[in-house]
Ligand binder design. Structure first.
Ligand code: ADP
Length: 274
């Protein structure tokens, strides 16, 4: 439709592109204000680290936050927060794990007896698990639920986009992916699914020399602004390559990381709260 604003939730017209027709429902005990997907064009770009940092930043601002680890075959959220205890439930709903800052976390790694065993499941089974992370978990009141999406634009990402009432996605990219425009695939997928792109984060953007403090752009000058402009999306933040971040993730202490400037992220989150 020529007047389509890509917001199927608020649109009343019956249309074949209606993205709400496969949505599943969460428990009546849950009141989740906004669901934000964190996506990347490919794996290993720091999508989970970014999801975790965004959640930590929001929790420190006083928001009620949850993280759904939908990256079923490469779950890394529990590790970053040092969560080990298996999840329990009441026969009806599953209770999420909780970090020191009170961030609620659900991940397949908290359900497997041996988290080192690979999840060798077919796409529909993985998709089913992700849906259950929404329908069968007692999230209670949340301002933001961040969904750490599987990398790429495959089957499970499609299931998440179709089944969960996602309010928008944040795209995470490395400088190299910005050059190669791998990020464009993620933007195109969101467009095709009528999901709003909330902005772009450039991870591993630069390195600060520990001796002289000089900012070194290992992959050349940042392309964040120019690519964001070209794709007509908001540039949100740049994260440096920081061995301290890697160390804290490995130690399960990401909540102790000194956060970079996230002003634009908070402005965006505030604007979608309205
Ligand atoms: P993805 O979710 O995209 O697969 P991860 O967030 O799991 O990627 O990151 C991959 C690895 O890189 C992890 O060990 C993580 O701690 C590390 N890492 C991510 N971002 C940074 C960064 N900015 N500086 C240092 N290490 C990082």
């Amino acid at each position: 439709m020529s007047t389509c604003n890509h917001d199927c939730k608020s649109c009343k017209s019956k249309c074949e592109n209606d993205s709400t027709k496969f949505l599943v429902k969460t428990s009546e005990q849950n009141h989740i204000k906004k669901i934000i997907g964190v996506v990347s064009g490919k794996g290993g770009v720091g999508k989970s680290a970014t999801t975790s940092l965004l959640a930590v930043a929001c929790a420190k601002m006083g928001y009620k936050v949850g993280i759904m680890d939908a990256d079923i075959t490469g779950p890394s959220i529990p590790q970053a927060f040092g969560l080990k205890d298996g999840l329990v439930g009441d026969g009806d709903l599953m209770y999420p794990g909780e970090t020191s800052l009170g961030i609620k976390v659900v991940s397949i790694n908290l359900l497997l007896e041996d988290p080192t065993k690979p999840v060798v499941w077919r796409g529909p089974v993985i998709g089913g698990a992700v849906k259950q992370f929404y329908t069968d978990v007692l999230w209670e009141d949340l301002d933001f639920l961040f969904v750490d999406m599987p990398p790429g634009t495959g089957d499970v990402a499609l299931t998440v986009f179709q089944s969960l009432p996602i309010d928008g996605v944040i795209i995470v990219s490395t400088p190299q992916d910005l050059v190669e425009m791998i990020v464009k695939k993620a933007v195109n997928m969101a467009d095709m699914m009528h999901i709003k792109v909330l902005g772009l984060v450039e991870n591993m953007s630069y390195f600060t020399c520990p001796d002289c403090g000089k900012k070194i752009e290992l992959f050349g000058p940042s392309k964040l602004e120019s690519v964001a402009k070209e794709l007509n999306i908001a540039p949100l933040a740049q994260f440096p390559i920081d061995p301290e971040l890697a160390r804290l993730v490995d130690a399960g202490e990401i909540e102790n990381y000194e956060l970079p400037d996230l002003t634009k992220v908070f402005d965006m989150l505030e604007s979608i709260q309205k």
